[in-house]
Design a binder for this molecule. Structure first.
Ligand code: FO1
Length: 332
């Protein structure tokens, strides 16, 4: 009997969660490692929230709310509603009791547990695995770092009237409070002064293939790449690294990726994605609706695989997972 290959996936939130699920149709979950962006992490009400880890855990456990794509299905919001009482009386300048970030009653349990374990001195790496086990998952889900690595977003201060006037806001303020509806001028990736964990270094170096999930290249994959040594490790094994484009027909399946491509001077399509990834990946999977772009992708020295990347149907998911691994040189 031959061992099944070990596959590592660089992950943001929703698109990555769907791809990990798709991969489990062709590989045992225990052979799949997700390295998950923590640049989106935030502390609210004293609670440590790791949105991408949560979205992936809940999706793989089939407990995610399918409409929202975040938080738990059949959720109730009584704690958040109760907070509104305090939000009305807090002194000017206080952030206490804010209700702009939706924390459901059951979801709070995850943040309680993570925060309490961090206070006990546990590593986010171990805690994330404990949470995954509590949800019955066999996947290995690794935060990209145990160090804080917050992504900060620079916007026009006029677009952030209640802010401190600098225009620098946290990622969640940009994404949730402003519904990612304002232009981004610049990003500051806290990951540049954080460290990848030994588990992350090992998962990138020793996997049989590395996949870059269809996630935002700047704010989901960008922080993982910004960790010291990660780009170097990926470029050393470029031929077995395959990316999946998050853009289909010039638009993101979810989130602000296409707008950010334009904000940062890239073509908002799979050719632009190829430009961003060409140093670290040898292959790009693009959607069949973008088949005409395959030649332009390949002109950048990246092989292009064209298929349906819109996940959700079991047969399509399995086909995408197989083609992705085949592009990386594996036979599954
Ligand atoms: N996304 C929203 O658009 N609105 C919310 O109120 C919100 C709350 C939230 C709570 C916990 C959690 O784990 C995720 C949550 N998200 C929410 C999703 C999340 O903030 C973003 O989708 C990601 O950071 C982008 O990848």
């Amino acid at each position: 009997m031959t061992n099944s290959p070990q596959v590592t996936v660089l992950c943001g939130g929703v698109g990555a969660a769907r791809f990990l699920k798709a991969l489990s149709r062709v590989l045992p979950a225990a052979d799949i490692t997700g390295i998950v962006n923590t640049g989106d992490d935030t502390v609210l009400h004293g609670l440590h929230i790791s949105p991408d880890l949560d979205t992936i855990t809940y999706t793989l456990a089939a407990a995610i709310d399918p409409e929202r794509g975040w938080g738990l299905v059949d959720e109730s919001w009584r704690a958040l509603e109760a907070l509104r009482r305090y939000e009305q009386i807090r002194p000017e300048g206080s952030q206490a009791g804010g209700t702009w970030f939706g924390l459901g009653d059951q979801d709070l349990a995850t943040h309680f547990y993570r925060t309490a374990r961090l206070k006990e001195g546990a590593r986010l790496t171990d805690i994330s695995q404990e949470i995954a086990s509590a949800w019955g998952l066999d996947y290995r889900l690794l935060p990209m770092s145990d160090d804080p690595a917050p992504t900060l977003v620079s916007v026009d201060p006029k677009d952030d009237p209640g802010g401190d006037g600098t225009g620098w806001i946290s990622f969640q303020e940009y994404f949730v409070r402003h519904r990612h509806g304002i232009a981004v001028r610049e990003l500051h990736l806290g990951a540049t002064s954080a460290h990848p964990t030994p588990e992350v270094v090992q998962a990138i170096s020793s996997a049989d293939a590395v996949v870059i999930a269809p996630s935002n290249p700047f704010v989901s994959i960008g922080p993982i790449r910004a960790l010291p040594h990660v780009d170097e490790l990926l470029s050393q094994r470029r031929d077995s690294v395959v990316g999946i484009s998050p853009l289909v027909g010039g638009a993101a399946v979810k989130g602000p990726a296409a707008d950010m491509m334009t904000d940062f001077g890239y073509r908002p399509d799979s050719v632009g994605i190829g430009q961003i990834y060409r140093a670290i990946c040898g292959h790009l999977v693009i959607d069949e609706k973008d088949a005409v772009l395959a030649r332009d992708v390949e002109e950048q020295g990246i092989s292009a695989t064209v298929t349906n990347t819109m996940m959700g149907d079991p047969a399509i998911d399995e086909h995408l997972a197989r083609l992705t691994l085949t592009a990386a040189g594996l036979s599954v």
